[in-house]
Design a protein around this ligand. Structure first.
Ligand code: RIB
Length: 306
């Protein structure tokens, strides 16, 4: 096994809107799509589409969405031994609104994801120990995130933490031992309480995380690019220019593709470049996972741009 994602899955209910209704107003929206989502699942699918062998430690409800979510993982070759149903709960769902500028607003209802417990990490220990990278996000209980980081540290497995959605309750003492901390700008702002309007401000905010002990901070900045900082070193990788239709799940696309390339090569800069291409392609189509390209499409895209 290459990668373990210990995290969330959701059913994305995506409404394409012209304008958001005001209080008390009813508006017609032009389009709707339902798809598989959730930050953890999206990252797992992105890595699997790029060729990694992925296992998913997650919880689904006992509703009509659950079997579809499991079947979707299996269709992409993802190991579901630790994808478990929680009796009496709903699956996680995410109503999403995408505006004509391709920007999104997302609500999440965690459902079964709220039941992923620290003990679930330990129950999966034998299989997790075979992985070369663990990926985490914040759509599951924080104690589970903390236990997964500890587990990675105990077994010498590098850990990526994508602190999304940002939580002010995040205990930095518990997460500073992750190898990669990958927020977007707004998450960095919420988590550090520092402004992130200019590149210098982003650097200063990221630096506070390095001082706390995080080895690598990678700040994703949408269409601008990505800033990777370690102690004493920093690199900027520009985004590819594309016509964006729907940016939902682009950050997850980035993390999944980064993980795939990092596990295969150990080369962080190369992994950032591969992830930038994968994420750029993902915003040119509608939906979250449904917008993720194949490895061949990514290869063609990179070849055209060199
Ligand atoms: O990052 C995008 C994802 O956030 C969506 O798929 C939605 O399910 C929420 O988890």
């Amino acid at each position: 096994m290459d990668i373990a994602v210990i995290g969330s899955n959701m059913v994305d209910l995506i409404t394409y809107i012209e304008t958001m209704p005001k209080e008390g107003e009813t508006l017609e929206a032009p389009d709707f799509e339902i798809g598989c989502g959730g930050k953890g699942a999206n990252q797992a699918i992105a890595a699997a589409k790029m060729g990694s062998r992925v296992m998913m430690v997650t919880k689904v409800g006992d509703d009509l969405f659950a079997d579809n979510t499991i079947a979707n993982f299996e269709k992409h070759g993802i190991d579901t031994e630790f994808t478990e149903k929680v009796p009496g709960t709903s699956s996680g769902v995410a109503p999403i609104f995408v505006d004509p500028e391709s920007k999104n607003r997302i609500l999440i209802i965690k459902g079964a994801n709220a039941h992923l417990a620290p003990e679930d990490v330990d129950r999966a220990a034998d299989k997790l120990k075979q992985c070369r990278l663990i990926i985490l996000q914040l759509e599951i209980p924080l104690p589970t995130v903390y236990r997964a980081i500890e587990f990675g540290n105990e077994h010498g497995i590098p850990v990526i933490l994508n602190p999304a959605p940002a939580s002010k309750e995040l205990d930095f003492d518990a997460v500073c031992k992750c190898d990669f901390f990958i927020p977007n700008e707004s998450e960095l702002e919420i988590l550090t309480g520092m402004p992130v309007e200019t590149e210098e401000q982003i650097r200063q905010a990221a630096d506070t995380l390095l001082v706390k002990g995080v080895k690598n901070v990678i700040v994703t900045m949408g269409s601008r690019g990505v800033l990777w900082m370690t102690k004493g070193e920093s690199h900027f990788v520009a985004s590819h220019r594309v016509d964006a239709i729907d940016t939902t799940g682009a950050g997850d696309a980035f993390i999944g593709a980064f993980s795939n390339e990092y596990v295969k090569t150990g080369d962080i800069l190369r992994a950032l470049k591969a992830a930038t291409a994968f994420a750029a392609l993902s915003v040119t189509k509608r939906g979250t996972q449904s917008s993720y390209p194949t490895a061949a499409e990514v290869e063609d895209f990179i070849a055209e741009r060199v």
